[in-house]
Design a protein around this ligand. Structure first.
Ligand code: SF4
Length: 441
């Protein structure tokens, strides 16, 4: 057999059934640079990011490896099925494959759970050669090796992905990360993060940490930021953190000095009972002051909010609008609560007979973007109807998508930042117009 592996990162399909493709993207998953680096040297490899490139179904590779981060799994299944039809050995991995492995029974030979490193890939591919491929591999998390950025070098990716940790110290009920890591995380050796940042610096001026929460471990973060400063990493970058970083003026100062210009923060709700109800322990009252501190340090905030939690009412969108439009949030990221199978929220709602879809595929079909705004209410809210929830959400989105709001949120004294924020806020408006068109159908 030819020792060649063909890696595929599927793209998403829109709810209109159109394959989402383009020649540029804001940020991309890090799965392929990691897998490429983990491949044994005696195996030939080819990597396809379907968002940018077409899949060669006539490849001479003997092994096809599909990875799925979210509901691109629906597209991944179609691809895997086609390769199985062509008698290829197909392996499937990634977050969503872990959650939804039952969907993969007929479409692949093996499902990989966890993050394979070089030793894991060597073992899996040796098993293929020896005709001993296992149906499932339950691996740990190996992220301690430098990733292969050469495969992204010719792609127009605004923020090159980089990783310093995996998992999260928190355990929120609605979160897919929490469903896998249950309040635990793993840190990557700083030398590998720095090596990756140096590789990125050769191909881009901007990076995005794809960690779930770079503030998992303060001591580690301080060491990492100091190493970035000492190594004269000149990248401008963004990352996801928890809101409590807003109290930590020393870390905020180091973040800015190390090039951080944007933090993505999940505030979720302005109702304290809602927050407690999804097992998130922050104080809503602290939000304003913390956001102010972050902005004062020179870093902008993209804020995640969700609607439809148990204490939300038809009045909630008005409170969210007032808070978001009162300053210190440069990019709002909104969605109606998504009860993703595998999470505690899903289990609770299911137990209470409040889930409005029978099959996971229905969720996949109606929310094929998964990571983007979701204006479909997939469950029965407590204090309003699903329709009222959707209408309230659309009203909020519409008000925040107005031009005066967009301009106010995009103001910055740095031309690059202003252009970037404007671009992101225009995407927000486009998403609204697209949802509005579909909502009216
Ligand atoms: S803090 Fe964020 S990443 Fe961590 S468990 Fe909660 S929602 Fe998930």
């Amino acid at each position: 057999m030819k020792k060649k592996i063909y890696y595929i990162q599927p793209t998403y399909k829109t709810s209109d059934g159109v394959l989402l493709k383009g020649d540029s993207i804001y940020v991309h998953s890090l799965a392929m640079p990691a897998l490429s680096a983990a491949t044994p040297h005696d195996w030939e490899k080819k990597v396809v990011l379907q968002y940018f490139d077409d899949i060669d179904y006539d490849t001479d590779a003997s092994v096809i490896a599909v990875t799925s981060m979210g509901y691109d799994i629906a597209q991944g299944i179609e691809i895997a099925r086609e390769f199985k039809r062509r008698n290829k050995t197909v392996i499937f991995g990634g977050y969503q494959a872990h959650f939804s492995s039952y969907l993969l029974t007929d479409v692949c030979d093996s499902v990989i759970h966890g993050n394979p490193g070089p030793n894991d890939m060597k073992k899996i591919l040796a098993d293929v050669e020896n005709n001993q491929l296992a149906r499932e591999y339950h691996l740990g998390i190996d992220i301690n090796f430098p990733f292969d950025y050469s495969i992204l070098a010719d792609k127009k990716i605004t923020f090159m992905p980089v990783l310093s940790s995996i998992g999260c110290v928190n355990d929120c009920d609605f979160c897919c990360t929490a469903a896998v890591y249950r309040g635990h995380y793993k840190l990557r050796k700083i030398e590998f993060v720095i090596e990756d940042l140096k590789s990125i610096s050769k191909i881009s001026g901007k990076a995005g940490f794809v960690d779930n929460n770079i503030y998992n471990n303060r001591k580690y973060l301080v060491q990492l930021l100091k190493a970035m400063i000492d190594n004269k990493i000149k990248l401008k970058w963004g990352a996801q953190v928890t809101v409590d970083i807003g109290d930590d003026l020393e870390v905020l100062h180091l973040l800015y000095k190390a090039g951080c210009r944007l933090l993505f923060i999940g505030m979720e709700t302005l109702n304290q009972e809602n927050l407690a109800g999804v097992n998130k322990s922050y104080k809503v009252q602290s939000y304003k002051e913390r956001l102010r501190n972050i902005n004062r340090s020179g870093i902008k905030v993209a804020g995640y909010f969700m609607f439809g939690l148990d204490n939300d009412t038809k009045e909630t969108p008005r409170h969210l609008y007032d808070f978001i439009s009162s300053g210190n949030i440069s990019i709002p990221i909104l969605n109606i609560l998504i009860p993703v199978p595998g999470t505690r929220v899903y289990r609770k709602l299911k137990q209470d007979n409040r889930i409005l879809f029978d099959e996971e595929q229905e969720l996949l079909k109606n929310n094929s973007f998964y990571n983007a705004a979701c204006n479909t209410c997939f469950f029965v809210p407590k204090l309003m109807t699903a329709k009222e929830c959707e209408n309230g959400f659309m009203e909020l989105y519409g008000k925040l998508a107005g031009y005066s709001q967009i301009i106010r949120r995009s103001l910055s004294i740095h031309p690059f930042m202003m252009a970037f924020l404007l671009g992101m806020n225009i995407v927000f408006r486009r998403e609204y117009l697209d949802m509005k068109r579909k909502h009216a159908l």
